[in-house]
Design a protein around this ligand. Sequence first.
Ligand code: FAD
Length: 277
Amino acid sequence: MSTEISIEFFPPQTAEGADKLRATYRRLAALKPAFFSVTYGAGGSTRERTFATVKEIAAAGLNAAPHLSCIGATRDSIREILNDYAGAGIGRIVALRGDLPSGAGAAGEFRYANELVEFIRAETGERFHIEVAAYPEWHPQARSPKDDLLAFKRKADAGANSAITQYFYNVDAYLNFVDAARKLGVNIPIVPGIMPIGSFSKLARFSDACGAEIPRWMRKTFESYGDDTDSIRAFGLDVVTHLCEKLIAEGVPGLHFYSMNMAGPTSEICRRLGLDG
Ligand code: FAD
């Protein structure tokens, strides 16, 4: 049986970005992903653009899932967004706490993602399939690995149907996380998040911020290529394809690609994996 895939976008900021994303999702649709998800900016900053992108993808006959973060939000504003999505026929939501934009003060009426999951279930019953985030290498603000696992369990207990992980390049971190979650009685699918590597410097910056580890052997190899973008791309494709192969051999429930709105890397990795239909 072929491994199911899903693909993540961010909402474009310009008309040019929207055209580019249109071409991207049309091309990636050939991979028959279970859904395309669209991120949501800190503190609701992309509310309209996320909604517009999700509606456009859905209108093209593809499954679209908005991300929704609750930090800084009120119950009324979340209720309104849920009603909009239900009205637009959307069936899946990626429910997150999110991060407050720097300098923003008000924390709003939700503190953690489990409260959002609880609220969505209380307001809309089983209307939405709810995805939540998981962190195999632990969330950067977690007090301890055990606390982070318990926070993950609270999201599942609140009614999440499945989880997508932060990206990682160490298969053991993922396997350890899944084992630990199962021991706590968390049985929802935990789909690994896969970050294709286009630019190493961007990845390094991003990884520092979100707490994902780039193993030394990878970092050293990337650094040795300097500005040789062809070698960086080729090595990145090899590493990520091999990571996916190992995860598929472990029987993962799916692969979620952080596409960065580019079709090329995700298409090429899926082609190499034989997941291109
Ligand atoms: P939570 O599950 O609430 O956890 C946040 C932190 O709080 C963790 O450290 C946890 O251990 C801790 N915690 C939880 N409960 C408690 C408690 N009761 N007491 C003390 N500590 C607690 N960000 C965006 O802005 N937009 C997006 O679209 C987006 N999409 C994402 C998609 C995926 C698949 C992933 C993995 C991340 C995404 N993020 C996104 C990033 C995410 O919003 C941040 O990582 C955020 O800091 C945490 O969100 P969460 O839903 O995981 O929070």
